[in-house]
Design a protein around this ligand. Structure first.
Ligand code: ZN
Length: 138
């Protein structure tokens, strides 16, 4: 079994040669080395036969490798394919809770934001009451 490198050397093609390049190179080599062309010289004829055998093997090996390689080229992934990055774990709901006194009843009020100071802060009870009272305004 010839290595692909050897096959290319025998066929005299570039490493990036396509199937068509290999075929063209093979045709040229057959023209040169076909044993029928060397009938007058027995030694040359024998050499040509040996050469043709190697060329045939090299061509068959390279062709099947190229054909197989073509079939095995994986399709590029579609650009919108989801990236398989591990999603960060959902953050525990510990947004900065701010503890304040309810502006309405004075109880501890816990709000998930830093109050800006221009709005009163209510505990949840008072907040829902205040909101329902002012619902008409929205
Ligand atoms: Zn309150």
């Amino acid at each position: 079994m010839l290595s692909l490198q050897e096959c290319r050397r025998i066929l005299d093609v570039m490493p990036e040669a396509s199937l068509e390049d290999a075929r063209a190179a093979y045709r040229n080599l057959v023209k040169v080395w076909h044993p029928d062309r060397h009938m007058r010289d027995a030694e040359l004829h024998r050499a040509a036969e040996a050469k043709m055998k190697r060329i045939n093997v090299a061509y068959a090996t390279l062709c099947s490798a190229l054909a197989r390689g073509k079939a095995e080229v994986p399709a590029p992934p579609p650009p919108e394919a989801p990236v398989e990055a591990a999603a960060p774990p959902p953050e525990p709901d510990t947004r900065e809770l701010v503890f304040l006194d309810c502006a309405e009843c004075g109880k501890d009020a816990m709000v998930p934001f830093q109050p800006r100071g221009d709005r009163p802060v209510y505990c949840s009870d008072c907040f829902s009451r205040v909101r329902s009272n002012s619902s008409g305004g929205f």
